[in-house]
Design a protein. Structure first.
Lengths: 443, 460
């Protein structure tokens, strides 16, 4: 039914005077059960509808969206989009993409998700709470949550794209801290997601969370020195991925906002580092058969043994360079297509995490990183959360108020080791990563 | 719609409390980068959020359809959710000053009086002007507006119609030289109309951004140390909101935030009075203005810390019930499909009696920190903020300009070291959003504050 509504929107937009039109639609159902302060607090059930209509008139862009599947409102949105496009400046790259063959990715949808409701979700949140609290009574759960999402998305365009896909997604997380008398530990969280009912495993995140907050009790200020840091998979995600995703986005590259502009086929990182983007992985959290514009995502090497291999494109940025889109148009129904990765995979190394630690004379194990690396310059400076001091190859004590700072573009070539163990954080799979010569400031 | 919602209140029989909130949001978004129009959009997002409280559990459901049967369906789902979650016998909601009537902030020059073409032209012109500076390598300029229309009715008597209008304008430039790049930005946000937003002319913002980017390009990085610093009003606002404010949200207190059991105790220097206010204070168009919260409660000016003593937490109706106080009107939902959470509004530290010049003149060494960047903080009030620029102060005089730094520390420890606060006051985070499961439009500010904090930098 959503394909028909998409067709209606496209037809109306063309009738109102658009040269080309595209509709992106989402219809979904979400169950959410949330515990706060150690007890189940809220059970939510929602239905979400949405359509975003993008039109081009004489090279001008217009976009409108509405969250009601009502023919009159969709018609009004189509008219709105056309009106905006006629006032917008002409841009010769404003053209919709031609259809490409789509091969469906499997294991993105589980039929059993359709019947997954509050009665199934509540016991899972109870299990998260009892596992974390059962580990140690000093654990305080601020929020524990379980989400079950099921729905479909579709793209229709006046160029003949007409695609629809069903998906299911279960996401669960826990956050909070440990409290021992007057002492409150660092805040921490864990989360996980899966596509299939049988793969839901809430116990693991609850235990990992509980262990990490208890371990961070008794933290003291660190010292100031220059040394190695070992980033946990979470810290890799928090410190490095935002910058990498920003820098390989073709829109940022073309607009002088990426330090990696003009650096294709050059060495930008240590030879140990290899990163791929693959949107076609079966059951992947970031997998999809077609992107926000209805094109298939092409699996790509991003960095190969330290060499930058490609940027990610949607059709607009691709057209500017007269090349095909890589199928990385991203976004929802309320905004024009942006660019984003699908599943990112960082290749694992040949040592265990403990071996990485044992080789460090003086350094810090970073469990979480809190800070905002500057996406253009790569400068960063932020707080180590749940960190441990490493002395002579051993973890000696937990740290608070410790800052790490530097420039990520300068540090990527200084990656000196990756662990054999990897972890999946939503759509990212990464090992522990060790980087040398980072400036560490204690309180 | 209001009559329909009132009629439907009868569907809540057998549960402790029911709430219906219709929220229609019309948004416009225009974004230019590097001479290219990236976004021009018009969005209608509307629907009804339904909440039910029963034996300590909440059920929430929402529907984008405004017809009677769809809303009834959502009520049924919410009741089912509340009954499934509710297991605490005696839980009760707290007292509240419930809103009845129509509520609208002062809007001098309605956004709807300004055609889309005018807004687009302003964004294009401003971006182009910044781009015309030779050393500016990248630019971005955007305009966003959210026009809200809400009706809230509750089974215990709230019946309010609420109008809101919140525009934002942002400008960012990157200066580049020899492979070095630095970013500078300015942003405005307001509750009100077109004129209320532009407290500063876009042309002046262009000059400020260009100059700051160019100055910072020449600047060195500071070294990491514990130092005496003067924080500008924006950074003080960020500290008040991010590092203190979140630890006094009653839901956070219940889960063991550092402020638990500290009411009546000294938590800051006596120069510090910290407030979170829904109605306007000092500035009629602060971006975080909220006249009625999303539980239909009339908001108030809530004094969190008075002369250094912790006075109260921020409450919704549920935590007010638990603590035996009245709601402070801090329950907020971003859109109809979000359930209300305890959120801040305009958060600030009250001005002091010093002049900024004398605060600088009294210092042997330290920094004047300007321009709040991103920030994060923990339930133990440990915080980390980016600031855009750091000016060295030596022997009472302004010295060298240094690159942006990160400041960190434990916020209450930092506030205990405050030894001067300026008369000058400003709200400065009007383009900011607070994120806590869902966004909320907030504002924050304060005077210039002198205190001790850790600066993280790096030396070249």
């Amino acid at each position: 039914m959503i394909l028909e509504l998409g067709e209606l929107a496209v037809k109306k937009a063309v009738a109102f005077g658009a040269d080309e039109a595209e509709a992106f639609l989402i219809q979904g159902r979400e169950i959410n059960v949330r515990a706060e302060s150690n007890v189940i607090k809220v059970a939510t059930s929602q239905v979400r509808d949405g359509i975003g209509i993008r039109v081009f008139s004489n090279g001008g862009l217009g976009f409108a969206s509405v969250n009601v599947f009502d023919e009159k409102k969709i018609k009004a949105a189509a008219r709105d989009a056309v009106r905006l496009s006629k006032a917008a400046p002409r841009d010769k790259f404003n053209l919709l993409p031609e259809p490409k063959p789509i091969k469906k990715v499997s294991r993105l949808y589980d039929e059993r998700a359709e019947g997954f409701g509050m009665d199934e979700s509540i016991p899972l949140v109870e299990e998260i709470l009892s596992t974390a609290r059962g580990y140690d009574s000093r654990v305080t759960v601020r929020t524990a949550e379980f989400n079950a999402n099921v729905g479909r998305r579709a793209v229709v365009s006046s160029r003949g794209i007409r695609e629809e896909e069903q998906g299911s997604h279960f996401v669960y997380f826990i956050m909070g801290m440990a409290r021992d008398g007057e002492e409150v530990s660092s805040f921490n969280y864990r989360f996980d997601s899966t596509r299939l009912v049988d793969e839901i495993n809430v116990k693991r995140i609850a235990l990992e969370f509980a262990r990490s907050v208890i371990a961070s009790l008794g933290a003291k200020r660190g010292e100031s020195f220059k040394g190695a840091v070992i980033l946990s998979p979470d810290a890799v995600e928090e410190l490095m991925m935002g910058l990498i995703i920003h820098s390989i986005n073709a829109n940022n590259v073309q607009k002088g906002m990426s330090k990696w502009a003009g650096r294709l086929e050059e060495r930008v990182a240590s030879p140990l580092l290899t990163i791929e983007d693959d949107g076609l992985i079966e059951g992947g959290a970031g997998s999809l058969s077609f992107d926000r514009e209805g094109l298939p995502p092409i699996p790509l090497p991003i960095i190969e043994n330290g060499f930058l291999r490609t940027y990610l494109y949607n059709s607009y940025t691709a057209r500017k360079e007269d090349r095909p889109s890589t199928g990385h148009a991203s976004g929802g129904t309320r905004a024009v297509p942006a660019i984003g990765p699908t599943n990112l995979l960082i290749k694992s190394g040949d040592r265990t995490k403990d071996e990485l630690i044992s080789e460090v004379k003086r350094g810090v194990l970073v469990t979480r990183f809190s800070g905002f690396p500057k996406l253009v310059s790569g400068d960063f400076s932020g707080v180590v959360k749940g960190g441990f001091l490493i002395e002579n190859g051993e973890l000696t004590r937990p740290l608070i108020e410790t800052l790490i700072a530097g420039n990520l573009f300068e540090l990527l070539p200084k990656v000196s080791g990756l662990s054999r163990e990897t972890e999946r954080i939503e759509s990212l799979v990464t090992p522990y990563i060790r980087i040398e010569d980072v400036s560490i400031t204690g309180g | 719609m209001l009559e329909l919602l009132e009629d439907l209140l009868s569907e809540f029989s057998g549960v402790g409390y029911g709430e219906l909130r219709y929220h229609e949001r019309r948004s416009a978004n225009i974004a230019m980068r590097q001479g290219e129009l990236e976004t021009v959009s018009s969005t209608l997002y509307s629907g009804v959020g339904v909440r039910v409280f029963h034996r300590g559990g909440w059920g929430f459901s929402s529907t984008s359809r405004g017809d009677k049967e769809s809303i009834k369906g959502a009520i049924y789902d919410a009741i089912r959710g509340a009954k499934a979650a509710g297991k605490q016998e005696q839980a009760k909601l707290g007292q509240a000053n419930l809103a009845r009537g129509r509520f609208a902030p002062r809007i001098d020059d309605p956004l709807t009086d300004h055609p889309f073409e005018e807004k687009l032209a302003l964004v294009r012109k401003t971006e182009e002007k910044l781009r015309s500076f030779g050393f500016i390598a990248a630019t971005a300029c955007s305009y966003i507006e959210n026009l809200d229309h809400k009706y809230i009715v509750t089974t215990d008597g709230a019946r309010a119609e609420i109008i809101d209008s919140k525009p934002e304008f942002r400008l960012m430039g990157v200066a580049a030289d020899n492979g070095e790049r630095v970013e500078a930005s300015e942003a405005l946000g307001a509750t009100g109309g077109w004129r209320d937003l532009f407290k500063r002319e876009p042309d002046e913002m262009v000059e400020i951004v260009a100059k700051r980017a160019s100055d910072l390009l020449q600047a060195k990085h500071p070294k990491g140390e514990r130092a005496t610093v003067i924080l500008d009003p924006g950074i003080v606002g960020l500290l008040a909101h991010e590092a203190i404010g979140h630890t006094v949200e009653a839901d956070s207190v219940l889960t063991g935030a550092i402020t638990r059991d500290k009411i009546g105790q000294r938590v800051a220097s006596e120069l510090v009075t910290l407030v979170d206010s829904g109605p306007s204070q000092f500035e009629e168009h602060a971006a975080g203005i909220l006249l009625v919260d999303d539980e239909g409660v009339i908001t108030e000016r809530t004094v969190i810390i008075e002369n250094g003593i912790l006075k109260t937490y921020l409450h919704n109706r549920e935590t007010a019930g638990i603590f035996g106080v009245s709601s402070t009107g801090n329950a907020r939902a971003f859109e109809y499909s979000n359930d209300p959470l305890i959120r801040m509004r305009n958060t600030y530290i009250e001005p002091g009696e010093n002049e900024l010049e004398e605060m600088i003149a009294e210092m042997k060494e330290g920094y004047l920190l300007k321009g709040a960047g991103g920030g994060q903080a923990d339930a133990n009030a440990e915080f980390m903020f980016d600031v855009q620029e750091a000016c060295r102060i030596e022997n009472g005089r302004m010295g060298e300009l240094l690159r942006g730094v990160t400041i960190c520390g434990q916020a209450f420890d930092v506030l205990k070291t405050v030894d001067a606060a300026s008369r000058e006051f400003r709200f400065d985070l009007g383009a900011g959003y607070c994120g806590k499961l869902q966004p909320a439009k907030v504002d924050a500010g304060g005077p210039y504050l002198r205190c001790q904090a850790i600066i993280g930098g790096r030396q070249r």
